[in-house]
Design a protein around this ligand. Structure first.
Ligand code: G3P
Length: 223
């Protein structure tokens, strides 16, 4: 499964990219606004911080003509960019147009498998099924993810199912169980993926025993 970082914070992208486990970055208007710098400047800095990664940058218009202009502008900035488009009627039409032009797209704000079907038929590169926001209103966000994976595979669509709005490591585990292609998450969730109490306990024991034995990797003393 691919892991994307969901952020507009370039420093977070640099830290995550150094781990060697990140395949891309997703941004959205809220995350870009939070970054506090220009949209193009932020997106290009993210591209540089995650070389070769798929970097999603979202249009903000809601009429087709303006969305198309915005999409072509954004796509022109860098070949790593994936144009992010909301799942609304002009958005699906835009995805069809961009797909015909060979421009990669990430269809966002997807909550149902019927919405995902439209994105897949339009040629979306990624379909962003939001899970956390469904859970936040006592639903089961992962249900639509599993149905979307089943749909994409059953009908042979090339779209990749991207689990978005991830709140905790269990969402990542569930995304794998649903056989999703990608999960995007905040840096805080990436950090939580490392954590297990038995790892900490075990490492402490290893080092304690090593130190008690007075051993050194660089020691010149032969046994
Ligand atoms: O950026 C897309 C998505 O991951 C954002 O979800 O619910 O954390 O705002 P959320």
């Amino acid at each position: 499964m691919k892991l994307f970082l969901d952020t507009g914070d370039v420093d977070e992208v640099r830290r995550a990219a150094e781990l060697g486990v990140i395949d891309g970055v997703t941004t959205n208007p809220t995350l870009i606004a939070k970054a506090g710098k220009g949209f193009r400047e932020t997106v290009l800095a993210i591209c540089a911080a995650c070389p070769g990664g798929a970097i999603s940058a979202e249009v903000v218009a809601t009429d087709y003509d303006t969305m198309l202009k915005e999409a072509l502008e954004i796509a022109s900035w860098h070949d790593q960019i994936v144009v992010k488009v909301p799942l609304i009627e002009p958005g699906v039409r835009l995805v069809s147009t961009l797909s015909e032009r060979g421009i990669r797209t990430n269809v966002t704000l997807v909550f149902s498998v019927s919405q995902a079907l439209l994105a897949a038929k339009a040629g979306a590169t990624y379909i962003s099924n939001f899970v956390g926001r469904v859970d936040d209103v006592s639903g089961d966000g992962m249900e639509a993810v599993a149905a979307t994976v089943e749909m994409v595979e059953s009908y042979g669509f090339e779209s990749e199912v991207l689990v978005a709005s991830v709140r905790h490591p269990q969402h990542v585990v569930q995304a794998m169980a649903a056989r999703a292609h990608v999960a995007t998450m905040p840096y805080s969730v990436i950090a939580q993926l490392f954590k297990h109490p038995l790892t900490d306990i075990g490492l402490h024991r290893f080092l304690d025993d090593w130190n008690k034995a007075g051993l050194s990797i660089f020691s010149t003393v032969t046994a």
